[in-house]
Ligand binder design. Structure first.
Ligand code: NAP
Length: 298
């Protein structure tokens, strides 16, 4: 049984539009119950960017510990925070806001969530490895920064809109450290060459969110020993993950990353004085919702 809501209960939530399919309330509320914290997590659908500004005022006035931010406001959230962590600035997106002493501190937990998922689910660490990231939005930015900070040998960003990929790589180049190659592809020939050489390929585009979406690229391009990570999560595998697995390639969906980025947000909001957010509880809650939805669809 969840704790009763009282005058001391603090709020958390997810801001975005649309939020019909979000798994975050189920994951977070299950975690709060397991941790015994008096917080409640609610979906906060904000339909227009103009309303986001009013929402931020409310965040400071109400008893929020923080909020997660999702599409389409991750980039706007960068401007709305009083302070933004360096990682989020480089990624070009904020997905977690912490309300601390009346100030809004912006973070991006997608990169940490992705690395945690890759390591815990597939034993993959980026140091010295060749990585391809499809997409150039907020999620791709977080991934590219995480791989460069994780000392990947090369990071190639593949995106249909070349200018966006170039802008992303331009931001990431500031922290390129030991990463020898930071590349951009927007045509098929270049993408094929990069994928054939890659140890890890990440889909950070929205392709695959609809069950009708075709695979983002031919899985024959993947090396048999490569790892594929599709950030998309839904009740069944995407066609990309399904075909990669059929071809014998290890392929992860985005659920592990979703759980880890949400758990990292709780760790931030807890300011170190709560136990580490229980990943297993959060994953079980998310999987239960996905199973329920799959049942409804059948
Ligand atoms: P975003 O900022 O809107 O970026 C979307 C990206 O997808 C852009 O690079 C866009 O390319 C590309 N794209 C869209 N339709 C495409 C198509 N038909 N063909 C090729 N490329 C296409 O979104 P985001 O926030 O980065 O999220 C991207 C994906 O990651 C979503 O599926 C989201 O659910 C997932 N995600 C998962 C997690 C997780 O925890 N598992 C976390 C964050 C995001 P252009 O630049 O050319 O428009």
């Amino acid at each position: 049984m969840a704790a009763a809501i009282s005058g001391r209960t603090r709020l958390a939530g997810i801001v975005g539009h649309p939020l019909d399919h979000t798994l975050s309330p189920a994951m977070h509320n299950a975690a709060y119950e397991a941790m015994g914290v008096d917080w409640v997590y609610v979906p906060l659908e904000v339909a227009s960017e103009g309303d986001i500004f009013r929402f931020v005022g409310a965040l400071k006035a109400l008893p929020f510990v923080g909020v997660n931010v999702t599409m389409p406001y991750k980039q706007a959230a960068l401007q709305l925070c009083d302070e933004v962590a360096t990682f989020a600035q480089m990624a070009g997106a904020v997905n977690t806001i912490h309300v601390s002493d009346g100030r809004l501190i912006g973070y991006n937990t997608d990169g940490r969530g992705l690395l945690e998922s890759l390591e815990s689910e597939a034993g993959f660490v980026p140091g010295g490895r060749r990585v391809v990231v499809y997409g150039a939005g907020g999620a791709a930015g977080a991934a590219a920064v995480a791989f460069v900070l994780g000392k990947a040998e090369s990071v190639v960003v593949v995106n249909r809109t070349r200018e966006k990929a170039e802008a992303l790589v331009g931001r990431v180049a500031m922290c390129a450290g030991t990463t020898e190659v930071l590349g951009v592809c927007s045509d098929e020939e270049c993408a094929e060459k990069a994928v054939r050489a890659a140890d890890l390929v990440v889909n950070a585009t929205s392709v695959g969110m609809s069950p009708e979406d075709p695979p983002l690229f031919p899985v024959e391009w993947l090396r048999p020993d490569a790892l594929l990570c599709d950030m998309v999560y839904r009740s069944g595998p995407t066609s990309l993950v399904e075909r990669a697995r059929a071809a014998g390639v290890t392929a992860l969906d985005g659920l592990g990353m979703l759980v880890a980025q949400g758990a990292t947000a709780i760790d931030i909001w807890g300011e170190g004085d709560t136990v580490r957010a229980p990943r297993d509880v959060m994953r079980a809650a998310a999987e239960a919702v996905l199973r329920e939805r799959a049942g409804e669809g059948s």
